[in-house]
Design a binder for this molecule. Structure first.
Ligand code: FES
Ligand code: FES
Length: 147
């Protein structure tokens, strides 16, 4: 648990980046359109630029740092590397968290369901096909199916 004292008008994005120095949470459009600032709140993807920090008191916030366990990458992170699903990497933390929330809810998503889930995450580098491939690969891995 982390305790932070904030201004009442500070966004969750402000607190994560400026107070807690979690720079994986990216500052993009700041109006809820790019998804670069996505975090999971109680397992659901949320644009941290749109939510005031005091509103999340007592709730579970997951950033991409929380995906690794005992210094091991999450299967999604491994698949993103294997499938070259990132270029500049600016969208990647938000995309990974959105993908995690999707796979937690739907372990075998269709391509359409992946596209729908990612509709709020813009990749300026256009790595969408590789991102979809990586998510499909992770789904197979998590279910013990080989490629
Ligand atoms: S910075 Fe939050 S959605 Fe773009
Ligand atoms: S990899 Fe560059 S924005 Fe997605």
């Amino acid at each position: 648990m982390v305790k932070v004292q904030t201004e009442p008008n500070a966004t969750l994005l402000d607190v994560l980046r400026e107070e807690l120095r979690i720079s994986s949470v990216k500052r993009g459009c700041e109006v809820g359109e790019c998804g670069a600032c996505t975090v999971l709140i109680d397992g659901k993807p949320v644009n941290s630029c749109l939510i005031l920090a005091p509103k999340v008191e007592g709730r579970s916030i997951l950033t991409v740092e929380g995906l690794t366990r005992n210094d091991e990458l999450h299967p999604l992170q491994e698949s993103f590397i294997e499938e070259f699903a990132l270029q500049c990497g600016y969208c990647t933390p938000g995309v990974l968290l959105t993908a995690k929330a999707l796979l937690d809810l739907k372990p075998s998503p269709t391509i359409e369901e992946i596209k729908e889930a990612l509709s709020g995450n813009i990749c300026r580098c256009g790595a969408y096909q590789e991102i979809i491939n990586a998510i499909l690969k992770t789904s197979r891995k998590l279910q013990g199916k080989s490629d």
